[in-house]
Design a binder for this molecule. Sequence first.
Ligand code: HAM
Length: 502
Amino acid sequence: MPPLPSLLLNQRLSLSLKPLLLFSQSSLAPRKFQIPRQSVSVKRRTFSSLASEHSSENGGRSSVRGRSGALSPSLVAEEVQRIDVNPPKGTRDFPPEDMRLRNWLFNHFREVSRLFGFEEVDYPVLESEALFIRKAGEEIRDQLYCFEDRGNRRVALRPELTPSLARLVIQKGKSLSLPLKWFAVGQCWRYERMTRGRRREHYQWNMDILGVPEVTAEAELIASIVTFFKRIGIKESDVGFKVSSRKVLQEVLRCYSVPENLFGKVCIIIDKIEKIPIAEIKRELNVTGLSEEAIEELLQVLSIKSLTKLEEILGGAGEAIADLKELFSLAEKFGYSEWIQFDASVVRGLAYYTGIVFEGFDRDGKLRAICGGGRYDRLLSTFGGDDVPACGFGFGDAVIVELLKEKGLLPELSLEVDNIVCALDRDLQGVAAIVATKLREKGQSVDLVLESKPLKWVFKRAARTNAQRLIMVGNTEWQKGMVVVKVLSSGKQYEIKLDELE
Ligand code: HAM
């Protein structure tokens, strides 16, 4: 028997002692595991004890290979090793019920992306570390899972998808026709302090548009997130988007002749405003080279929550005001004005944003950002490529689940099969396989009972799998080429020729 996967051990109390169908790597034949209730240790027995157990199990015959052809345990015997049955801190298993929720969520991500005409892409989870090293002092850099591989290359588990997108766009070069609209759903890794909805591994839905310099692109992206929220039952009274533009900061810094190359660094410091004391923020800005006067003005501008007020301070001529006004005007046309609000304090923690930035937040203020994104027109040139206007967002899978829980909107997702098929006689197991195959060929799902079981067991199983029909293969009926169908919702039962079974 192969070592019991830790997920099974972890779940031993909640799982019933039913056969679980798993596929081992060495063989695609399903194997039956019986989960031990007593012990959580994987017994890796000693060579001598195994040798004697093995020979007594097979009646004294000694064989090196079992039925599956796998090496006999005696050859892989080691000492007993008690394993931690939990996954590494901050990571998750996805047992079936969690996987159903994940699939439900990802299907919505994918369906919304399809509705907006985006193409799916993906990149390796493992990337070159250099892709994520930016000099602006971002938090994400300190959270990197990085190491040297066996070929002495510095590599990292991706903390986000945007640098990989940039890398691929540079690699494809002129062969790409712009604008491109790409989406991805991928796992990201950040060695983060764990809070509600923040973990060390999460999945992110990203949608990005490259090749469109106009704010229409940002407006389209926010429209897609609003569409997603509506589909899953979240309303504008539950969440909103705080929107600003980094050009607001740029204009203030320009007034004080702060060099352009400090811009990213200043943004990263400002993004920490709610996380560290204001005195520390001022000190860091000062160290960067900003005068006290510039800092005070900056902080004052950042507290503005009205576009009209911002216009009064900055004047109406700048790009920041023009972009934001256009975005709000487009929001009206898209029909999501109620969802968005201007908030100059939104800067975001990644150095590469250059224009509009936005963040989805829960209006009860209990959770961290639900999603976030913005324009990053100059990221490609930081990797040596030609710049292409770009914007996009990342939407994690963890905070949204917390929000759905809060709002009582988590869907009830249970296992559902169309049919459960069972042979009433052991000799008819092959016929049951014929019935199952026929139904599967028609696209129907079938839970085929693989062992001889009493009907009571079959009914219990049907209830657990929410089977719609029970199909029984019995001797008397089969002699006439027929099977018995029981519709489980109504209890209606009838005999039908196999050829006519739909
Ligand atoms: P980000 O704000 O770092 O942006 O992450 C985007 C979203 O990913 C967050 O709003 C949150 O939903 C989720 N997220 C981030 N870190 C964690 C974590 N430790 N645990 C759970 N969820 C998390 C970016 O990553 C940008 N690359 C987004 C982007 C795409 N900008 C343009 N295109």
